[in-house]
Design a protein around this ligand. Structure first.
Ligand SMILES: [Zn+2]
Ligand SMILES: [Zn+2]
Length: 170
């Protein structure tokens, strides 16, 4: 076995295990001196005002969701539609959009779908996820992603650790 390679592997594993999730900003960080989070500059050991039961999770479109509220982790059959649309669409020519609109008006839905399917995957600039949210948490408002990845069709949410456990188990 190549000794350098083996050392490299051990080294990278150690680096990874040193990353800790900050209980405030929920980023995986390498704590600075005195256990300070390099992002929010608070101690990751001081849990006052922190929400350690929450964690960041990236969820892809069409992921099978558990019957578990993403915010509080209780059982729920209710879910809400979260749709994110990218800002100005730069790589879709205006003409293509007009053609699509005309086809939709003249040829009906079927023809419009055919045109949509013929355009490249990269030209779709929206992501829709049906996220489980119980009635009580819904009173606090519509869930909003921390980040949306339009290339991966994924959104990152702050979720309850129980929801994460269940989604990873399914
Ligand atoms: Zn932090
Ligand atoms: Zn809830």
């Amino acid at each position: 076995m190549d000794p350098d390679h083996a050392i490299g592997r051990v080294h990278s594993r150690d680096q990874k295990s040193m990353l800790e999730e900050c209980p405030r900003c929920h980023l995986n960080v390498l704590p600075m001196a005195e256990s300070l989070c390099p992002n929010c500059r608070k101690s990751i050991l001081d849990l006052a005002g922190a929400r350690p039961e929450l964690t960041r999770l990236s969820i892809r479109e069409r992921t099978r969701m558990p019957a578990c509220c993403h915010q509080c982790g209780t059982q729920t059959a209710r879910s809400v539609r979260v749709r994110e649309v990218a800002g100005p669409i730069t790589d879709t020519p205006l003409l293509q959009g007009i053609v699509q609109l005309l086809v939709a008006l003249v040829g009906g839905l079927f023809a419009a779908l055919a045109v949509s399917a013929s355009t490249s995957k990269a030209s779709r600039h929206e992501v829709t996820i049906f996220l489980p949210q119980c009635e009580i948490c819904a009173r606090g408002g519509q869930p909003r992603p921390i980040h949306t990845d339009f290339d991966e069709f994924a959104m990152t949410f702050l979720v309850h650790v129980r929801f994460k456990e269940q989604i990873l188990r399914d």
